[in-house]
Design a protein around this ligand. Sequence first.
Ligand code: PHE
Length: 357
Amino acid sequence: MSDEPLAHLDTHVEELLAAVEALNSLEELIASEPSLVGKRSVLSSLQKSLGSLSPEERRDAGARLQEARRRVDEALRVRRVALEQAARDAELAADYLDLGDVVAGGVEVPLGVGHPGIVALTQYALEEVFVGMGFRVEDGPEVESDWYNFEALNIPPAHPARGMWDTFYLELGEPESVVLRTHTSPTQIHLMERAVAENSLPLHAVMPGRCYRRDTPDARHLASFHQIEGIVVDRGITFADLAGTIDTFTRAYFGPDIDSRLRPGYFPFTEPSAEFEITCTLCRGEGCRTCSQTGWIELGGCGMIDPAVFDAVGIDAGEWSGFAFGFGIDRCAQMRHEIADMRALIENDVRFLRQFS
Ligand code: PHE
């Protein structure tokens, strides 16, 4: 009997390993450690029982017991590492900050978008159409001398046509006043002067930009608005080129079911001159308040460049001919996006602006 103190060692070891495996938390492990491998454990009491064995038997039994203890210790070590890892994972999971939740429960930060009426969206879309048709994009100053805004455009001082533009004067000067440009046409003059100086005719360019008129804003007019000017100076240019350009542009920008038409008009810097109208997109030509029941909306003016303008910039009207046009970018935005009242473009009502995001 006394030589068999380790008769059930394997069973004890199996039980101990199963108990280690069943430990579910670090706390449980720490609490169970004394009973598994401590002084009151089975292995320790078996150790004590070896005293009754002969020295040789004791050596063998001691080695077996030591191996048993090593297996249980190792199982405990592995279990401890696993439980520590699990505890760390749980801690991290509890700490995890889901930014999605934060945003969902927090303040929404809306992304800005380009403004539909001013330069941004509409201007870029218009530029794209004209660049596709072979025009360059240029710009010019918003503050002009009287000469660029009027005189070079064949509008001498005191000419009755000056009444066509209610002008903001920055300085009433002699001989020259300084004005906020009332249209983008003065940029035509700058470009033609430059082309002459650089000897770089022909010229095909569009010039978008802000203009100013001393107007009372209404459903179709703003005191500060945007135009896009176009100019072509080349050999053999005719009115048919102008009409074709306007029509190609209208269909490309507004779509195939919107028509353009040219009505006889008057501008001192073009001859002949025309007013450029398109089908009212709000009523599709039926007639509505926005188009004053006509079914048509005036976008701008155009015509063949007057020889007096060529004279002013030093272009030989015998060799070169050309056309120019200018129309409202804001008006285009109004028609394209079917905005009944143009003042909505400058009122900064975010509910209005959000529709374009
Ligand atoms: N500048 C003119 C306007 O604003 C429009 C226009 C441009 C007319 C070019 C003819 C040629 O009223």
